[in-house]
Design a protein around this ligand. Structure first.
Ligand SMILES: [Mg+2]
Length: 417
């Protein structure tokens, strides 16, 4: 029996999230750009009206401004993009457990085993599009096919907010007239090689001599031949990414830190992000580790075990600060600092909260965490900030994922998640 594979692609993802967050941007000609203050920043995403004016991803701001002088530019907010991406994946998970992410805004879903519950592949695609639009205000284009390659190709054919079906019956009519670059893995150099021999369309690939393709492109040539003919060899769907073993963040501050108060505030800011990520994944960790790099680039790492696991920012910050006080004397200023939380478990029934809190206060703290998570999901991470961190100069910092926590979920450069 054929598998039923969906490939779901969020349309104009970064720009759509910005419009979902800020109603004033809806329907406007705007783009998300790497560094809006610099003329040479790059356009990372554009709204649908901007797309219609010819603004394209990857072009530099001054070029885009030539096409559209009134183009509104928005800074990227990776924290929100990750949160939205996760919420979209939660919707996917209602329909299947077999999901293979492809970047932040695309994923394959194997729904072969889900049709009795939810209907045909086309019906599931419709339900996903509806849920994503209703619940998150975003649109997706979905390709439905019997293999990953055609599902991916299908999601590119109609945009935005559309479903494309590529079946065994119609794939020759739909896919074969398309240029070879519509096929995943056909980049510029492969295209140039194939075009030299008149192979310009996917149908040409499908009808070429497989030995010729193998001689021209090696193994990849054979693979492309099979893809063009609708066989999906070697492209099994991965299931969910494995859960993280630890979650951490580190920061290199704008200036070296010299006082305990600065360290404490910095640790609190890191702990806030880490705790939110732990709660988002419904996990808690009992191993707290810190890494400190001094002005001379000497790094030390220390760790301690808590009695109970935690996903509460003050408990993480307290443990990290006590480690710092025990192991570092501040005679050399600190250049960067990081926290990781390990030994993660999904048992979040009995958590370590602030070390000195009486029992009744714990419930309040947990309720507060949930309320803050809820607000941040809706209005962005920085809508709630601890008063102690609010006006501090340390706000001007760059947060990076902690190299000590390689299995943390976020790997995008510049991501603060
Ligand atoms: Mg996309």
């Amino acid at each position: 029996m054929d598998r039923i594979i969906l490939h779901s692609d969020l349309n104009n993802f970064f720009a759509s999230v910005e419009a979902a967050k800020n109603p004033l941007l809806r329907g406007k000609v705007f783009a998300v750009a790497g560094d809006p203050e610099k003329r040479h920043g790059i356009i990372l995403a554009k709204s649908q009206p901007a797309k219609e004016l010819g603004i394209s991803t990857g072009e530099v701001i001054w070029q885009a401004k030539l096409k559209c002088p009134d183009l509104i530019l928005v800074k990227p907010d990776m924290v929100s993009y990750h949160r939205y991406s996760k919420r979209v994946h939660e919707i996917y998970r209602r329909f299947t457990d077999t999901i293979e992410p492809f970047g932040i805004d695309e994923a394959w879903l194997d729904v072969t085993g889900s049709t009795r519950l939810f209907g045909s592949g086309e019906e599931i695609a419709r339900k996903i599009r509806h849920a994503v639009k209703e619940e998150l205000g975003l649109t997706v284009s979905i390709g439905v096919s019997f293999n990953k390659i055609f599902a991916k190709l299908g999601s590119d054919l109609k945009k935005p907010d559309a479903t494309t079906i590529i079946s065994r019956d119609n794939f020759k009519a739909v896919v074969h007239p398309l240029p070879i670059t519509a096929l995943l893995f056909v980049g510029r150099s492969t295209r140039e090689k194939l075009e030299r021999y008149g192979i310009k369309k996917i149908g040409h690939l499908a009808n070429a001599d497989p030995n010729f393709l193998k001689n021209l492109l090696g193994k990849n040539g054979l693979l492309l031949y099979h893809y063009a003919n609708g066989s999906d060899i070697g492209s099994t769907l991965l299931s969910q990414t494995p859960p993280a073993k630890s979650i951490g963040n580190s920061v290199t501050t704008a200036y070296d830190l010299t006082t305990e108060q600065e360290i404490r505030i910095q640790l609190m800011m890191l702990a806030e992000h880490i705790a939110a990520r732990l709660r988002e994944q419904n996990v808690a960790g009992a191993l707290i580790h810190i890494s400190i790099r001094d002005r001379n680039l000497r790094t030390i790492t220390r760790q301690k075990q808590l009695e109970l696991p935690t996903n509460h920012a003050p408990a993480i910050a307290d443990a990290a600060f006590s480690l710092f006080q025990q192991h570092y004397d501040l005679s050399t200023p600190v250049r960067s600092i990081g926290i990781g939380v390990g030994n993660l478990s999904s048992d979040t029934g009995n958590l370590q909260l602030s070390l000195w809190d009486p029992e009744h206060k714990r419930v309040n703290e947990q309720n507060l965490d949930h309320a803050v998570d809820h607000l941040r999901n809706r209005y962005g991470f920085n809508c709630v900030v601890r008063a102690g961190c609010l006006h501090h100069q340390l706000k001007n910092y760059t947060l990076t994922n902690d190299p000590q926590a390689p299995s943390s979920l976020c790997t995008l450069p510049g991501c603060r998640h």
